[in-house]
Write a protein that binds this ligand. Sequence first.
Ligand SMILES: [Zn+2]
Length: 246
Amino acid sequence: MGSVEATIREKRLPLLTIRDLLFTALILVKTSPPIQLARRPLNILCIGAHADDIEIGCGGTILRLLETHPGSRVVWVVLTTRGDRKKEAMKSAAVFLRGAASTKLVTKSFRESYLPYQGKEVKEYFDTLPHVIDPDLIFTHYRHDFHQDHRVVCELTWNTFRNHQILEYEIPKYDGDLGQPNLYMPLTDEVSREKVRLLMEGFSTQRSKRWFTEDTFYGLLRIRGIESPKSTKYAEAFYARKVVLE
Ligand SMILES: [Zn+2]
């Protein structure tokens, strides 16, 4: 596999004149080739409110990045884990990160569903993160995610890291908060199958939930694959609110 490619698509066109619209369309066509990440080991920070969030949101992307960027380092933070969920989170992260040169797994035991109401303690923890890693890429929750824990994690990520590339991942759920992402990571069938297999094997405590099924995960991967300009069947998608080209 070559170097990693990520494709950016404009979320929506601003109000423009017809001439501007034509010009914008040309730019969109011209910028459709993928942006390539630097061919060197990456420092990656993954943050999730709950066990399994990171795997659902960006598990395939992590598997692919570690394959295409040997020598990468990953810090993986799960904020609300206790008991069996903590064991699952630790075990699953270790499997997803087996291709990393070095890893740091952090599980905190903040109370699930109450993250916004433990704001001071959670923010104090986030303040320590820049001392742990200077990330090339940060994966965190989506700003408009309807789960209150997810939203707080997103806010504090942007609060803490002011000069870093942040990608917000999506989590399908009852609330129905999926939107239109603007950055795609095409995934091979093999990587997609591996992601779903590891999720189903790694989180047996979740299998009783009606949404935690293979077809949920394949369904979203497939839809994002259709939207991605690359020709793979599957893709993961992200919200890249700010991107800097150098
Ligand atoms: Zn969650």
